[in-house]
Ligand binder design. Structure first.
Ligand code: XLS
Ligand code: NI
Ligand code: NI
Length: 437
């Protein structure tokens, strides 16, 4: 036991003062016909929770995640598995997500790294069978190794491209072995710093080739889940190709990848793109591409991917509103989030997940109320009601020409103003729902 001072975390309700209890996440509570656990398939991100120790650009580790073993060894890799499963069990988290390099220390030789991955995934499978915890998605880290300085699929080096292919192949093998529901491509360094040295079209074509080969190989070895692109506009590169949901969807369609891919939308990435989290969720959903969610939040005062645990209930409410409207997500809610650097103790790891899971549970409760209340939805329906009759209906049924519309306009004269948007009224409804029982 690595967290022997931490009990299993239970639901105690909003009045509980016990920091090691859920205040809102009540797994069995039924909301809109489904228990919370079914609405909110949470996942633990291996990299932040089991690996990241608080190092930043100005200083080293604050947290100790050696779990009693020497770092960089297979004993440490196994200790992380033990600690990770204990952590997820204590919180009732049903899934995990991983990068290849989160699981084992990479060796100098890729064959040895792959052997280590085989070994650790055998051990993980045992733990999965024992606990019932499952894999949400896997991915390959193709951004940390210096060889990826110019990207993986977008690299100017064909040899680097091959190495990336080898990594994707192995990460897919391990994902399939662990029964992962999805496979993610976050284009870590798929982007550029300057157009003076970058052939954008060439790089985009190469990325598409890598993705197509991944789909072909994945299907061949029996992967039936979704592939995901995780859009992000910047960081580490100045320009990243998968800027936002709309851009990624355009790319997938252009290269015929849209049948196999959906999107993994991360809150902090949407806000870095100058959108709200809700915006990117909506764009993904209306295109049938809302696959999975990286649950975190950014900081409006900081311009980078701070990957904070979600705390802002307005945001989680609007997220869950989109998710409920979309009929749920096929994937899950992966806490791609890390403790703040000064929150470095074991307890903080639990507090962070309790905060995040509660923030989403509260978001779910409030979003269901918003839908049930109906005022926002009925205002929206009313707002477009001129299209449900007469000339509007003709426009909707695409059963009219430009000439006919022009004639109609001349006949009716100047149109009336379109009706108030009532934004402040709607915002006050949201506040009433958020801050009443
Ligand atoms: C980084 C990304 C990363 C992906 C997985 O900003 O969010 O953590 O989710 O590679
Ligand atoms: Ni991120
Ligand atoms: Ni992410």
């Amino acid at each position: 036991m690595y967290f022997s001072n931490i009990p299993a975390i239970r639901y105690e309700g909003p009045n509980s003062r016990n920091p090691l209890a859920f205040k809102f996440y009540d797994a069995d509570r039924v909301i809109m016909g489904k228990p919370m656990r079914a609405h909110l398939p949470f996942a633990m991100a291996w990299w932040h929770n089991m690996c990241a120790c608080g190092t930043d650009m100005f200083g080293g580790d604050t947290a100790d995640k050696s779990f009693g073993a020497e770092k960089g060894t297979m004993a440490h890799a196994r200790a992380k598995v033990d600690a990770g499963f204990e952590f997820m069990q204590k919180l009732g988290i049903p899934y995990f997500c991983f990068h290849d390099v989160d699981l084992v220390p990479p060796a100098k030789d890729i064959r040895e790294t792959n052997r280590r991955l085989d070994e650790i995934s055998d051990y993980m499978l045992e733990k999965m069978q024992e606990t019932g915890i499952r894999c949400l998605w896997g991915t390959a880290n193709m951004f940390a190794n210096p060889q990826y300085m110019n990207g993986a699929g977008s690299s100017n080096s064909a040899d680097v491209f091959c190495f990336a292919a080898a990594q994707v192949k192995k990460a897919l093998d391990i994902t399939v072995k662990l029964g992962g529901k999805g496979y993610v491509f976050w284009g870590g360094r798929e982007g550029y710093e300057t157009l003076l040295n970058t052939d954008v079209k060439f790089e985009l074509e190469n990325i598409a080739s890598l993705l197509r080969m991944a789909v072909e190989y994945g299907r061949k070895i029996g992967f039936t889940g979704d592939f995901f692109i995780e859009p992000k506009p910047k960081e580490p590169m100045k320009h990243q190709y998968d800027f936002d949901a709309a851009t990624a969807i355009g790319f997938l369609r252009q290269y015929g990848l849209d049948k196999d891919f959906k999107l993994n939308i991360e809150a902090n990435h949407a806000t870095l793109a100058g959108h709200t989290f809700q915006h990117d969720l909506r764009i993904a959903a209306i295109n049938g591409m809302l696959g999975s969610i990286d649950a975190n939040q950014g900081d409006p005062q900081l311009g980078w991917d701070t990957d904070e645990f979600p705390f802002n209930v307005y945001e989680t409410t609007m997220c869950m509103y989109e998710v409920l409207k979309a009929g749920g997500v096929a994937g899950g809610f992966n806490f791609d989030a890390k403790n703040r650097r000064p929150s470095y103790t074991d307890k903080d790891m639990f507090y962070a997940y309790i905060l995040g899971m509660d923030a989403f549970a509260l978001g779910l409760i409030k979003a269901a109320k918003l839908i049930d209340d109906g005022r926002v939805d009925s205002f929206m329906a009313e707002r477009y009601s001129s299209y449900s009759r007469g000339i509007g209906l003709k426009i909707r049924s695409k059963n009219v020409s430009l000439e006919e519309l022009a004639e109609y306009a001349e006949r009716t004269g100047k149109p009336e103003l379109p009706g108030s948007g009532r934004q402040e009224y709607l915002e006050s409804i949201v506040n009433c729902i958020l801050f009443s029982e």
